[in-house]
Design a protein around this ligand. Structure first.
Ligand SMILES: [Zn+2]
Length: 245
């Protein structure tokens, strides 16, 4: 019994050590430039930050969606960096805002129908009845963190809690970015989390927190938004060098 316990402890230590090593490789390997960018965003002055910001108020040529907010697209789709991991990577993109909470606008990426669940302080979800890249299926666009740290909402008054199926056209103002993080004490930077969520087949959306329920936004925005793209800058690119999926 004691031997088994020792074996389990040793195994546990090996797994934990391996995980740490992988995280370190993530930070120091091919993504060195990305780690550097993050630091520049965190510590840089206004000029440093300006160099990282993507502004794309119209859809990229040939793409259906527009980038819903201006900012530094710092955490990408399928990104394994903290607080995410290789087994539970990032389900969408995080667009970090240059300004204070409640300042940077968030716009609808496409035409569709807004729902805001009764308990949602910072988030909206938008039903797109006909996926422009795969006609015939519905998809959903999830926009989150539109509230301040205490949960005071920055969502436009047109979308109060309990909103169902309110149509908005692409480019409609939905609210402003914030740093709300639920009840978590973890400090987050002011940003918009944006993701494309699959339909549950019963007229609702699948769990937006599960990576498997989300789609790579790269082809929808015509930008290299997948972590695998390994692209230095996020801007329009009709054929980003990465596999979608
Ligand atoms: Zn996110």
């Amino acid at each position: 019994m004691r031997r088994l316990l020792t074996l389990l402890i040793v195994l546990g230590a090996l797994v934990a050590g391996g995980y740490l090593l992988l995280q370190l490789l993530n930070l120091t390997g091919r993504n060195d430039s990305r780690a550097g960018e993050m630091l520049r965003w965190a510590r840089g002055d206004a000029d440093d930050r300006a160099a990282l910001i993507t502004v794309q108020r119209e859809p990229c040529p040939g793409a259906p969606f527009l980038l819903p907010s201006d900012g530094y697209v710092g955490l990408l789709y399928a990104d394994p960096r903290g607080p995410y991991s290789a087994v539970a990577p990032h389900q969408g993109i995080d667009i970090f805002s240059p300004g204070a909470p409640g300042v940077t606008p968030v716009y609808a990426a496409y035409d569709g129908y807004i729902t805001r669940e009764a308990g949602w302080r910072s988030a909206l979800i938008q039903r797109i009845p006909d996926d422009p890249l795969r006609p015939g299926r519905s998809i959903w666009l999830y926009y989150a963190h539109m509230a301040d740290r205490d949960g005071a909402s920055f969502i436009e008054p047109a979308f109060p809690p309990g909103t169902r199926e309110r149509f908005v056209a692409r480019g409609t103002l939905l609210g402003y970015t914030g740093d709300y993080n639920g009840n978590s004490l973890r400090d987050i930077w002011v940003h918009l989390h944006f993701s494309i969520v699959l339909d549950d087949g019963r007229g609702g959306y699948a769990n937006e927190l599960e990576f498997a329920n989300t789609l790579d936004p790269t082809p929808y925005l015509g930008m290299p938004l997948n972590y695998r793209c390994d692209s230095p800058a996020v801007q329009c690119d009709p054929q980003p060098a990465c596999d979608s999926g």
